[in-house]
Design a protein around this ligand. Structure first.
Ligand code: P6P
Length: 344
């Protein structure tokens, strides 16, 4: 007799987790649910992007100077609308918006949270059917409730995150998040339109065999990164086989694979980009929170924990070394052993 499929939904888990926060009034739970709803709407469009006129560039560019894909714009609008309608969020920061977006309607002024997000990370991959993702990072506001949010609400260290996560729109759509009680994964069951618990308390292997880096930038890398790549290519301590290189150019997809299988993702500083490419507030901090909650590490490659970097600007970039603990430690060892001025 086949066992009866008894899905445990995102909302059920969120509410269970809420009981662990005695003073929680359910706002964070409801906020995570609102994010789940927006994710389902974006999932629907991403999955049929090839069928409707929503592919290709929207003709505008974002602060990064990157061409905005139509789905980027659509996803951004969906998550902003979901945050604004929640009555729990008083402002957002998005990769797609140059400045913070403050919600000054009466309901939102009482919102206790701000959200940083990359609405559709890896969007340049949309047209070639490669997994893309939404990344979010939630903070409690530090400005008084009832007043307008301001930039100080967003300039908080990653250690202050109330929750963080991503949605990966891939062969299946998954939502992976943490509130500090471990990293948990949910898979969207389109037949019932619910994110269902699929990966409880995710733990990334402390060592792995995959290294993810854009080796097209090799000549611009710091010497320590070059030496680490050669180390990965020459041997693997367990099997004496070389590691495998896996890089898809979509942070959420690369991070998610390494989280499950073990591995390291590196986007280092280079001659042209002394702070690397990835943004602290809505890419590195949420990914770092998830990595640490799953037993991994996330640093800037020079011994600084990503979560302890004090933000100084909204779209600030930082180098990112994240994944299996022993692999990040080994890469850091090479960075210490081969310090260089290549990128000063
Ligand atoms: P590169 C996508 O544009 C992104 O922000 C991340 O998703 C991804 O990891 C990185 O950039 C890829 O950058 O320079 O290797 O193409």
């Amino acid at each position: 007799m086949p066992t009866k499929y008894q899905p445990i939904t995102l909302n059920e888990v969120i509410i269970q987790e809420q009981s662990a926060f005695p003073y929680a009034k359910g706002e964070l739970s409801r906020l995570l649910s609102h994010i789940g709803i927006a994710a389902k709407i974006v999932h629907r469009e991403v999955n049929k992007a090839g069928l409707v006129d929503i592919l290709g560039a929207a003709g505008s560019t974002n602060i990064q100077g990157e061409g905005q894909q139509k789905l980027d714009v659509f996803a951004n609008e969906q998550f902003i609308a979901a945050m604004k309608s929640s009555g729990i969020v008083c402002g957002i920061a998005s990769e797609e918006d140059d400045e913070i977006v403050i919600f000054d309607d009466e309901l939102s002024l009482d919102g206790k949270y701000v959200v940083c997000f990359d609405p559709l990370d890896g969007s340049s991959n949309i047209d070639v059917n490669v997994s893309v993702g939404t990344i979010f990072s939630i903070y409690r506001r530090i400005t008084p409730v009832g007043l307008k949010a301001d930039i100080s609400d967003f300039m908080q260290e990653g250690t202050k995150q109330a929750a963080a996560g991503y949605i990966i729109y891939g062969s299946s759509t998954m939502m992976v998040y943490t509130t500090g009680l471990g990293t948990t994964g949910f898979t969207l069951d389109p037949s019932i339109g619910e994110f269902c618990l699929s990966n409880k308390f995710m733990k990334t292997p402390e060592n792995g065999k995959l290294y993810s880096i854009n080796e097209g930038n090799y000549i611009k890398f710091p010497m320590g990164v070059k030496k680490y790549i050669k180390y990965c290519q020459e041997h693997d301590p367990d099997t004496n086989r070389p590691y495998s290189s896996r890089y898809i150019g979509s942070l959420v997809a690369d991070f998610h694979r390494n989280l499950l299988k073990g591995g390291i993702f590196i986007y280092p500083r280079t001659n042209g980009n002394p702070n690397g490419k990835l943004r602290l507030l809505y890419e590195c901090n949420p990914v770092a929170f998830l990595a640490e909650q799953a037993g991994g590490l996330a640093t800037d490659g020079n011994g600084t924990r990503i979560l302890e970097i004090q933000p100084t600007s909204l779209h600030q970039r930082v180098p990112l070394f994240t994944g299996s603990r022993k692999m990040v430690e080994k890469a850091e060892e090479f960075m210490r052993t081969f310090p260089d001025e290549c990128c000063e």
